[in-house]
Design a protein around this ligand. Structure first.
Ligand code: TYM
Length: 336
């Protein structure tokens, strides 16, 4: 792939466990479309995964599974760079440089840090958890990103990347475009089917609230039928009906119809019938992906080849941008 004048898109996902419907509707599905108009860098954020304890063997498997899942979802390695974050040198170097310009209070106020740290309770909390958004800013800025498509939970992190780009450019001269976040028009925050006040998440202890893209048809239907709904009978998205609002946004995201249109279509229908419609749409979207994933998952040499190719392009771009940054801040170039 030759460098082009296209906008640069950068985004990633963590290899912590299965990829779910929230990741798909909130992020990956728009990546598939956006890769057509941009030069896209998609990576597995395996360095970010280290902020919580990981089993080394499982981490490797999960990282390659995520590559298989991206391919199954339609990310095309002929059009996009797909790689493992840890294989490109420079992310951690740039994170250090940016970290020296980041007020610690801004990191301590990050919602995800506060959430994750409080969920760890008495357990060990590494400094990496606090530093995570700086690494994420480095991931974005090291490729000169213009566009960062993410779900709503990453909003604050992309905001920090923007702040740091502006701060660095102001202090040392332009090194980075200021990246724009891109959120899908609906489904930027898909909620748990079991607890619609929390987002659908791979780390949810109640796995029946999370639909994984690798779930089989029966499991998908079972999870959606068991979704928590609210008292009353109306199929309406309102603040007092968070369960229904979530199912409506999922159906809207899957089928492309507006929520208001769905409320009209299902007016007078029962919760049971409505849930069946959501389950049908989910099965239609997810199950073909799950089947492709099952076929790709064990093709390790193909997956390794994809990330090898992706890494080459990513490393070239990262080297170029990091060299400019180093020069601007006065670090002596190697070899002089
Ligand atoms: P991660 O792995 O948690 O999620 C990957 C993508 O899925 C989105 N997402 C959701 N969208 C809607 N509803 C949900 N319930 C939901 N859950 C997850 C996330 O917003 C994300 O877009 N820190 C990032 C990975 C990362 C990254 C980056 C992203 C590391 N460096 C640089 C962009 C740019 C994360 O943990 O995503």
């Amino acid at each position: 792939m030759t460098p082009s004048k296209k906008k640069v898109l950068v985004t990633g996902l963590q290899p912590t466990a299965g990829i779910h419907l929230g990741n798909y509707l909130g992020a990956i599905r728009s990546w598939v479309t956006l890769q057509e108009q941009t030069e896209s860098f998609f990576f597995i954020a395996d360095l970010h995964a280290l902020t919580l304890p990981q089993d080394p063997k499982q981490l490797r498997t999960k990282a390659l599974d995520c590559v298989a899942m991206l391919l199954a979802c339609g990310i095309n390695p002929k059009k996009s760079h797909i790689f493992l974050q840890s294989q490109v040198y420079g992310h951690a170097d740039l994170a250090w440089i940016l970290g020296c310009m980041t007020p610690i209070g801004q990191l301590e106020r990050m919602t995800q840090f506060k959430d994750k740290a409080s969920r760890r309770g008495e357990d060990f909390i590494g400094a990496g958890l606090l530093y995570y958004p700086v690494l994420m800013a480095a991931d974005i800025l090291i490729y000169g990103a213009n566009l960062v498509p993410v779900g709503d939970d990453q909003r604050q992190h992309v905001e920090l990347a923007r702040d740091l780009a502006v701060r660095f450019n102001g202090l040392h001269g332009n090194a980075f475009p200021v990246p724009e976040a891109f959120f899908p028009p609906n489904c930027a925050r898909v909620m748990s089917l079991q607890n619609p006040s929390t987002k659908m998440s791979k780390s949810d202890p109640n796995q029946s609230g999370t639909v994984f893209l690798s779930d089989d048809e029966e499991t998908v239907r079972k999870k959606i039928r068991a979704a928590v709904t609210d008292s009353g009978k109306e199929i309406r998205a309102s603040a007092d009906k968070p369960g229904m609002a979530n199912l409506l946004q999922i159906l809207s995201g899957l089928g492309g119809r507006k929520i208001a249109e769905l409320e009209t279509i299902y007016c007078g229908s029962t919760y049971g019938k409505f849930k069946d419609a959501v389950a049908d749409a989910a099965v239609e979207a997810i199950c073909p992906i799950g089947k492709k994933f099952a076929g790709l998952k064990d093709q390790e040499s193909t997956l390794l080849e994809v990330v090898r190719e992706g890494r080459k392009a990513a490393q070239l771009r990262a080297d170029e941008i990091l060299a400019a940054v180093r020069e601007k801040i006065g670090l002596v170039a190697a070899g002089i």
